[in-house]
Design a protein around this ligand. Structure first.
Ligand code: PMV
Length: 351
């Protein structure tokens, strides 16, 4: 199947090409945790695409010796080079024309660098969008969003869910036709109106570097005592969640989303070596959300990614009430009282 993404036609090279794309971050509801081969997921996942947390990347390609420079806001960033180099090496058999170009890449994130929000998904998605934009210009064909997602996955697994659609499903799922381990598929059609303007307020509990990277965490699932049960559970949770998204069933949405977040962290706490990424303030926020939901009967819930920050998810009609909760109860648990207001978005866009 990977073979289908190899560009075999000869292309007529142009002297230079330029483009600029922005791509968002995403937040998984059913979590991807565990992988094999080259960034192939051990279980299927689904995410909401975000809007405000984005990477904006401009690329100039000049015909000549293959190589690249990478800067952030115009300032050279040699520390980003190894990841980009590995990415170009991985994608070169699928986009052979890249070896005839030198790329000048400049990127910018709309969210602060040290916010504990991983930029790998949005940055790899934005760069892949630029690469596919060039490929479409050179081949005279329309943009191939599946290949864009495929290339992003080779840069960073969950990046393949940041290209197209408000909800994206990645990984072979028993109950989803067209699902693939190779790329994410747009499942916006699943979303009942109540989810179409969902809010995600990201409470920044800890802006520091993670003690254990996602790469190490995924690897620890290889010999994990609960791995096979977890991978099966993700399949069935996805089936249940898809139905809840379609029906606008908030109670089931909350049950699956929170359980998935806690299961992700339970996997971390029960791997060898074990580790904990949540902080005391993460738990305090979760307790406040539970108390608020019970008292106010407002369908707000949380999810977590591989870190201490809390994503608070809720329908936009409850924004005023939830703002009250944030200001009165939650900012005291956030580092420097910082949080980011985001919402469901639609994917990558050309600037
Ligand atoms: O794409 P990675 O390798 O950074 O892994 C992301 C893993 C989680 O964020 C914890 C879950 C997910 O599905 O996004």
């Amino acid at each position: 199947m990977e073979e289908n993404f190899k560009l075999t036609d000869q292309v007529e090279l142009k002297e230079s090409l330029t483009t600029k794309w922005q791509a968002p971050s995403n937040i998984a509801l059913v979590k991807y945790w565990g992988k094999h081969g080259v960034q192939l997921p051990a279980n299927p996942s689904i995410s909401f695409t975000l809007d405000a947390c984005r990477t904006i990347t401009s690329v100039k390609a000049s015909k000549g010796t293959h190589g690249f420079s990478i800067s952030y806001d115009g300032v050279e960033k040699p520390e980003f080079a190894p990841k980009i180099k590995a990415y170009f090496e991985r994608i070169s058999s699928y986009c052979p024309w890249i070896t005839s170009y030198h790329f000048e890449i400049d990127t910018h994130n709309t969210f602060p660098h040290s916010s504990g929000i991983a930029s790998s998904a949005s940055s790899m998605a934005a760069l892949s969008a630029c690469v596919m934009d060039f490929e479409s210009e050179l081949t005279g064909t329309s943009l191939d969003y599946h290949k864009m997602s495929f290339l992003s996955r080779l840069g960073s697994g969950s990046a393949c869910r940041s290209l197209k659609g408000a909800a994206v499903l990645w990984g072979e799922h028993v109950d989803t036709d067209g699902s693939s381990n190779l790329y994410g598929i747009d499942k916006s059609d699943l979303l009942h109106p109540v989810f179409q303007d969902f809010q995600d307020t990201i409470l920044l509990v800890d802006k520091g570097e993670k003690v254990v990277s996602s790469t190490v965490g995924h690897d620890l699932m290889n010999d994990h005592a609960y791995a096979s049960a977890r991978f099966e559970q993700a399949q069935s949770n996805l089936t249940i969640l898809k139905k809840a998204l379609k029906d606008g069933d908030l109670a089931t949405f909350i049950k699956i989303t929170e359980s998935e977040a806690l299961t992700l962290h339970a996997m971390m706490m029960t791997s060898h070596p074990y580790f904990i990424l949540m902080k005391p303030n993460t738990l305090s926020i979760i307790e406040e959300i539970w108390a608020f939901r019970k008292e106010m009967q407002i369908p707000v819930c949380f999810t977590l990614d591989a870190g201490a920050n809390v994503h608070m998810l809720y329908p936009s009609e409850h924004k005023t009430a939830v703002d009250g909760l944030i200001n009165n109860k939650l900012t005291k648990y956030c580092q420097n009282s910082h949080y980011i207001c985001d919402q469901i978005g639609t994917g990558a866009k050309k600037c």
